[in-house]
Structures are given as C-alpha cells and as structure tokens.
Design a protein around this ligand. Structure first.
Ligand code: ADP
Ligand code: MG
Length: 348
C-alpha cells in the first residue's frame, strides 16, 4: 500500500520534529504555516506560506495532501472542521474544540470523574469577590494561552486592581495547587484500545515555562498507576488518534490532578527521540498515517533541558558529549523566553 502524503499545519519546532520523523518513515510532508521563516520548511518536502484564514492557500494545501495533522491546538475549530470535510484531519477537530478552551476541557475531564483543580468561569471582575475559596488562584485566559502566557496570580481581590485584564476575552480562575511535583504522560492511540504509552515524565517549570523533563519520574506506584489509567481513559473517551499528552499536578498530600491535555506531541516528550525505540513524533505519524504499531521499548533513562532565549548561543559553542543530543530549532530570531532548542542527556 502506498503511503499517504501528510499535511502539517504549523512549522515550528514540533512541526520540524514531525517532518523529520515522517522522512524516516518515507512519508512525504507538506507544511502550511503563517510564518514565512518557519524552521520546519527545512525538513518538509513542500512548504506553503499562508494565513490560517486564507481560503485560497488552504485549498492549495489541502489539494496536495491525503491526511492532515497539526503541531499546535490553537487553530480555529471552524478552519479545521472545513478542511475535514475535504480531507481527514487527525486528531479530529471536535477534540480540538474541547481542548483549546480551558473551561470546556476541565468540564470534560470532571465529567469522567477525573480530578482537576477547582475552577470557575469569570466574565466580570466583580465575580471574583464571591469566589474567595478559589484564592490564591491563577486567573487564565480560557483560550490561546501557552508557556504561562495570559496567566495572573491572584492572592486576594485587591490584586485585581493592579493587573490589566480585558474580562470580555473570557477567563477561568483556578485554585492554586500546592505543588509537590508535575508529571506528564504521553500516549499514542492508534484505534480502540490500541495504544502505546510512555512512562510518566517528571517536569520542572521555571517562570511557568518547562525547563527540565526526566525519566524515570520519582513518584509512588499509586501515582504511576493512576496517571497511566487516567491518560488512557482520556484518550479512549476522546476516541483520539495520534499522540496526546496529559499534564498532571501532584500536591503535597499526594493527590493527583489533571492540569491540562495537549492534543499533540509535547515538549516534555522530546526525550523520547533518544530514550525509546520509537519517539512520540514517529508514533504520531504512524497512527495518523495508519502505519504499523510497533511495541515501545525503552533504551535509557534521560533528562531533557530546554534551551530558552540567548542560552542557545552558549550551547551552539559547547562541546557535546557522546551521551548528549543537542537540538537547535534554527529559529531566525533569539527572543527572551522563546524555546530555541533542547539538550537530551541519556542517564544511568
Ligand atoms: P500553559 O497552557 O501555559 O502550559 P498551564 O495551565 O499548564 O498553562 O500552566 C503552566 C504552568 O503554571 C503549570 O505547568 C504549573 O507549573 C503552573 N500552574 C498552572 N496552573 C496552576 C495551578 N492551578 N496551581 C499550581 N500551579 C499551576
Ligand atoms: Mg501546560
């Protein structure tokens, strides 16, 4: 059977790593991105530059491919669902509609009796004063947030006076969890009850941006079992196809919470490139393009360090040891807080 040509929406580092994995599997890729300098175009067979609402460019893209996936979840639902009428979009757009909205996402998770932190929808500043039991809390935009963007710590109602928030955008107030640890689980689902699951990854954030990920996670067997069970349950309930990541909180009383779901490959899973026989990216391509499912085998423990902002200059000039793997995302401009690359170290 001939392999499909894969369209990827988004051309950043995740798009790059997806295209590299596709090349390995001899799957042709066409990348569609609104950034003319998108780094992923170096690795794809074709690149189309266009805005995500440019119908002519979208048609050109759709005509060139057999199946479409995406590297980030903030593409408008309407766009994905229009494309899906012509060529299959995987993961399906309805998954995205739930997950790209923090309230819809948390409602969905709670309906499955899976714990999240307590939360409320906020449409007006005055609503916060009747929600004192959610303080201290984080006020987050319901859509379009990433790497902690659009989040404000609120200790008391007075804090609201010192921040500049346009409440008409839609907000969620989440109770602050007293964190002991954060972990994530990456699972690739192929079809009903057919999936490959990676072991939990321990994550350390600095300024709400992921800094380090490592395996094995230092967690109890109970947390290990519960987190895997919830990740699989979420993937099954969504009838998800492809790679998905579930981010978890563990509080100081050893309670597990789902923080959020990413309907895509995830930064914490970059270490799977070197620590497993099949990476999260390759598994995503395999599932989306209906290629063989191969049992996962772990090769090594590992630690990944995100290289943020001008730190990349240091790494570009650094000697890399034989157990280290340096990835430069080749982004045109170095910006503060921007993920510029990562280093994976295989550990004992
Ligand atoms: P993003 O979409 O930016 O990844 P998250 O909701 O995952 O947003 O928040 C980023 C980080 O901020 C989390 O990984 C965690 O470290 C911290 N954080 C977010 N929400 C909470 C919360 N309710 N309690 C404690 N820490 C939180
Ligand atoms: Mg997150």
């Amino acid at each position: 059977m001939s392999k499909p040509t894969l369209g990827i929406i988004g051309g950043g580092q995740l798009g790059s790593m997806l295209a590299v994995a596709a090349n390995k599997l001899k799957v042709k890729t066409v990348i569609f991105c609104d950034d003319i300098q998108a780094p992923a175009q170096r690795f794809s067979n074709e690149f189309i530059h266009g805005h995500y609402n440019d119908q002519k460019k979208i048609n050109e893209f759709v005509n060139k491919v057999d199946v479409i996936t995406y590297e980030f979840e903030n593409i408008p639902y309407e766009t994905l669902s229009e494309i899906n009428k012509v060529k299959p979009v995987i993961p399906k757009p309805s998954v995205n509609r739930i997950i790209q909205h923090r309230l819809a996402e948390k409602d969905f998770i709670n309906k499955l009796n899976i714990r999240t932190t307590r939360y409320a929808s906020i449409e007006k500043k005055s609503e916060v004063s009747s929600l004192q039991d959610l303080l201290p809390g984080l006020l987050k935009t319901t859509t379009l947030g990433y790497d902690g963007k659009g989040q404000h710590l609120i200790n008391n109602v007075e804090d609201l006076d010192s921040i500049n928030v346009d409440f008409s955008r839609g907000y969620i107030l989440e109770k602050l969890v007293k964190l002991k640890k954060e972990i994530s689980i990456i699972v690739t689902r192929f079809s009903d009850k057919k999936y490959e699951i990676y072991e939990p990854i321990e994550n350390l954030h600095e300024d709400q941006i992921l800094k380090y990920s490592s395996i094995p996670a230092d967690i109890s067997d109970k947390i290990l079992d519960q987190s895997k069970m919830w990740a699989i349950q979420l993937a099954e309930e969504l009838k998800y196809v492809g790679t998905l990541c579930v981010e978890f909180f563990i509080d100081r009383n050893e309670n597990l919470y789902v923080n959020e779901i990413a309907p895509r490959v995830h930064n914490s899973g970059h270490l799977t490139i070197n620590a497993y026989n099949i990476s999260q990216f390759e598994n995503h391509i395999r599932a989306v393009c209906k290629l063989d499912q191969i049992p996962l085998k772990k090769i090594s423990n590992a630690k990944m360090t995100n290289i943020i902002g001008d730190q990349i200059i240091v790494y570009r000039n650094k000697k890399i040891n034989s157990n280290e793997f340096f990835f430069d995302y080749l982004k045109k401009d170095i910006k503060d807080k921007r993920k510029m690359g990562h280093l994976t170290t295989l550990t004992k």
